[in-house]
Design a binder for this molecule. Sequence first.
Ligand SMILES: C[C@H](O)CC(=O)C(=O)O
Ligand SMILES: [Mn+2]
Length: 339
Amino acid sequence: MSNQSDIKLTEVALRDGSHAVSHQYTVGQVTSVAKALNEAHVPYIEVSHGDGLGGSSLQYGQSLTDELKLIEAAVSVTDFSKIAVLLLPGIGTIEDLKKAAGLGAKMARVATHVTEADVSKQHIETAKDLGMETVGFLMMSHMAPASKLVEQAKLMENYGADTVYVVDSAGALLPHEVKERIAALRQELTVNIGFHAHNNLSLAMGNTLAAIEAGATRIDGSIRCLGAGAGNTQTEVLVAVLERMGLKTGVDLYKMMDIAEDIVAPILPKPQEINRDSLTLGYAGVYSSFLLHANRAAKRFNVDSRDILVELGRREIIGGQEDMIIDVAAELAKAKAPV
Ligand SMILES: C[C@H](O)CC(=O)C(=O)O
Ligand SMILES: [Mn+2]
């Protein structure tokens, strides 16, 4: 196991978890969660629409509250934790980034599909100019071999990313595949390497430990598993596991347990669990944030959401192609209609 004792956690419930609450976060909820996470000394708290800045739309899901208000609220109650924002070029813009920085966001995480890192250049460079810490976030990392990931990660490193993440958006990676990817990045890059898991195959914790063993020092978690699909690596559990391993996070375990139980659990519309739909995301290799949309399409077209997800996986549909969920559901409905 790595002898690194400085694992820096980013809590993503107020961003990735936005999918799980159908993008309905209120200022009150974000304020109470961010304030408590700050008191627990979580280094980074990500706040944005689930699909990043500018994500509120019919295509990605409309937010109840303007995300800039949520960012402002989180910044106003944090004096230890740094507020991070996610930006997917093409969904969010440089202007969105400037507004978030103006409100006090200190970290920009620029996310692209695993083979499209070149579109992150101007966003990473602008974030640097704004004085933000920068992260390159390579989504759907199961869709590319380690050699491709290295090539793409190097682009982000050259643009000025301080950290590059392997992002298992579908929760489809197996531990040996995580290890191979992180080890390759660790060998070829000089910047920090991070890992973001989804628990759809119940592998988020195992994969996270594999990533740490291979050299990752920046890890994402969602408290009470409040993330897309079956959620991410459960942050409070990770803090406990790392402490048992002698790896320091600086995060207060008891406080995290209390936040999970007393503040986050009451926010959840239903407990975060691996059910037939989230399991299918991991099994079929589908972007976790598609779950909400696939469920809605399944109801609308009276088809099995698993069939939609498996077909999306077969077609290798990726983030940004959410309109294909409706197409696939309509096609499945047509195929099963009596002639
Ligand atoms: C926009 C995505 O939801 C980012 C993410 O958390 C992932 O790919 O996983
Ligand atoms: Mn995610």
